[in-house]
Design a protein. Sequence first.
Length: 277
Amino acid sequence: MAGFEILAIGLDEADAPARFAKSFRETGFAILKDHNISAEEIDRMYGVWTNFFASEEGPSFAVQPGESAGYFGYKSENAKGSASKDLKEFFHAYENKDLPKGTETETREFQSKLVTLGATLLGWLSQETPNDIKFSEPLENMIDGSNMNLLRIIHYPPLPKDVEQGEVRAAAHEDINLITLLVTGTEPGLQAKDIDGNWHDVPCKPGYITVNSGDMLSMASKGHYPSTAHRVVNPPMQENRSRYSMPLFVHPRPDVLLDKMTAGEFLDERLKEIGLK
């Protein structure tokens, strides 16, 4: 598709809200090329969680039945409609849940900054959305008091030699939530799909934060901001290294009315579809 351009935006640019909304409207994605999270903070986060995944602590933090916080082992999740489990392990960190020792300080600060940034971006979208699209409340207010914001720290191990056909690091999917903020991963691999079915590499310069629209935002905006399919492809064997990424999924309170469903009802439905509930 000609013209599939994910705009890179500076947080302090005068026209940042308009350009952010334009990029979301046209691609479901936007990139923040400068923000309030330093390279040192990002490096520290990757460092403490690389150590966690290299340790044998994961099983002691295994997610418990009926819960969603904690460690999920390798091949725990499949994308909606995919028969194969993704080639990854991950940890779900919530603001009000316990974290592994040695990760707390970096993770709490990092997560807090991302949530604050997410509220700013939702405010931009509220400001730039056409007046004929009515939200049940301003987008930025939907996350006030929410304890559902989820920081997912993901480890994609080097691919095993016996990868089966169809197995990938993250199969094509749309996110469930309002918006996702993703600090650039430690390796390339993220791709987004345009409306013609073509896949495009998402720019992955160090320090970028990629932001994408989720299904909840698409539903609340009556499709004005599309929820764009994306995936993480397998690396060539000569670049077969671990990959780490840290998306923050910004969620509204469960009682927020999106359209004909509340956020809580929609989340329950989707978690069952991907095998996490």
